[in-house]
Design a protein around this ligand. Structure first.
Ligand code: UD1
Ligand code: CA
Length: 471
């Protein structure tokens, strides 16, 4: 039997108090909607339809792999039943089961959905509802059952009586609906309190028409957490991070304080890597095996090889760091940099859009921008590539085995040839040939006894002034 998925994501998200559509809010650095859509990718669905409201383009862009998804617009957010109705035109001719999920439930797992669909199919239901037990006070729809334990209806919290509110079994917002029962959507009347069309009402309507409806209480409360407020967004972020960190610990990654780290969903980390507290791994970051990431490091969209050490308070953005390199403390590697194997970048070094060849060292107080640096180069403390003339950026090329003395400025465009030396304190404006020494500082002068002469001059000056006053 074929299956389709529909994600309801057109709600206004009023409770977020935001102009941004709710499903675009970031959860652990990833747009909210992407989670449930990625989970649907794990299931074998013939088609996936996402119902959006305004700003469909941005919503589309917030997802990956959108070739597998079709998007429909719900004109006005008139409730969950109205949202599903908007998807019907895309389901024309489709015969099978429609899995309906909310766009604001990011923690649902593929396994739970698979279990649910199996139960739905095995029992040949017309409609199945996925429910769970909520321990805490909540705003979920309550599952009403008869004495025999069969579901009768779902009642929204705002419509529930005091005793109905006591019911712990609640609606997850996940439904399996056979295509033959979709037409019941037309019979749903606007809710008396809110005036919205509630999808939950389909249960009672279908039952009245003699259809088979069941509710399955599976999965955990955490998994079905719906994000309606910023408080819930923050809490779901914590749960998501806990999940991610546990997954890594199971695959051989160590954490000193797992609760203090932030790891995006798309991050990968190799075995035997050790992560210190307060580390942020964002975007599509990939760390190899046996690395050490010290406290307060932030890596964004960065590829780190094996056995790399990133020392305290370092920021690396959209760059590549190869095996056995050591970066930091207090280093800033800006986008499009490539740091090769065994390179050592030390404290207060900024690298921008540069290639640093293997074995090269830049240990202290340096700016390397738009530079192409070869192997085994020594960059002395305080070296600056002057890459910007006020209009455009220029390249500095430093070939293999070069030695740049401390406090040198390399005025780009400029090339320092293989094995050349630049004397400390030089301002290099012309290319330096291979194996040469370039020196541009003024020659040192020695004035013997100068300090003594200066002192006696000052003394006699003071005496003169004293006499002047006495007169
Ligand atoms: C809904 C259920 C509730 C359930 C809970 C689970 C209804 C009436 N209530 O409540 O029983 O316990 O989910 O989390 O269905 N949406 C649209 N268009 C609309 C309105 C909503 O696409 O016009 C989308 C939203 O973007 C959201 C989802 O539907 O992703 C659920 O809407 P929301 O307003 O969050 O419903 P809840 O009050 O959480
Ligand atoms: Ca919700």
């Amino acid at each position: 039997m074929s299956k389709a998925g529909v994600v309801l994501a057109a709600g206004l998200g009023t409770r977020m108090k935001s102009s941004l559509p709710k499903v675009l809010h970031l959860l652990n650095g990833t747009p909210l909607l992407r989670y449930i859509v990625n989970t649907l990718y794990e299931l074998r669905l013939q088609k996936i339809i996402v119902v959006t409201g305004e700003r469909q383009k941005e919503i589309k862009e917030s997802l990956t792999d959108t070739g597998r998804v079709s998007f429909v617009r719900q004109k006005d957010a008139r409730g969950t039943a109205d949202a599903l109705s908007a998807a019907i035109s895309s389901l024309r001719g489709f015969k099978g089961t429609i899995l309906v999920v909310n766009g604001d439930t990011p923690l649902i797992t593929g396994e739970t959905l698979k279990r649910f669909l199996k139960k739905h199919k095995r029992n040949r239901n017309d409609i199945s509802v996925l429910s769970f037990i909520a321990k805490e006070q909540n705003s979920y729809g309550r599952i009403l059952r008869d004495r025999g334990g069969r579901i009768i209806s779902i009642i929204e919290e705002r419509n529930a009586t005091a005793s109905e509110k006591m019911i712990k079994e609640v609606n997850s917002g996940v439904y399996a609906i056979e295509h033959g029962s979709l037409h019941f959507l037309k019979e749903i009347k606007p809710n008396k309190v809110k005036g919205e069309y509630y999808l939950t009402d389909i249960v009672e309507i279908a039952l009245n028409k003699g259809k088979k409806v069941e509710s399955y209480c599976i999965g955990s409360e955490e998994e079905f957490m719906g994000i309606n407020t910023r408080k819930e967004l923050e809490k779901a972020g914590q749960l998501m991070r806990q999940r991610i960190v546990e997954r890594f610990m199971n695959t051989g990654v160590s954490f000193i304080d797992a609760g203090s780290v932030f790891i995006s969903t798309d991050t990968e980390i190799g075995k035997e890597t050790l992560i210190y507290p307060n580390v942020h791994l964002e975007g599509r970051t990939k760390i190899g095996k046996g690395c050490i990431i010290y406290p307060n490091v932030r890596l964004l969209d960065t590829l780190i090889g094996d056995s790399v050490v990133i020392k305290d308070c370092t920021l690396i953005e959209s760059s590549v760091v190869n095996d056995r390199a050591s970066i930091g403390p207090f280093a800033h590697i800006r986008p499009e940099s490539k740091i090769d194997a065994g390179v050592r970048i030390g404290n207060f070094v900024e690298v921008k859009k540069s290639v640093i060849g293997s074995g090269t060292k830049a240990m202290h107080l340096t700016y390397l921008g738009d530079a192409v640096i070869g192997k085994d180069v020594n960059i002395g403390a305080g070296t600056i590539t002057c890459n910007y003339d006020g209009y455009t950026k220029h390249t500095t090329a430093i070939e293999d085995n070069v030695f740049i003395g401390s406090d040198s400025q390399l005025i780009a465009p400029v090339t320092i040839g293989k094995g050349a030396y630049v004397g400390a304190g030089s301002t290099i404006t012309k290319n330096v040939p291979q194996k040469a020494l370039a020196l541009s500082r003024a020659e040192q002068k020695i004035l013997e006894g100068w300090a003594i002469r200066k002192k006696s001059k000052a003394k006699s000056q003071k005496l003169k002034e004293k006499k002047k006053k006495q007169r």
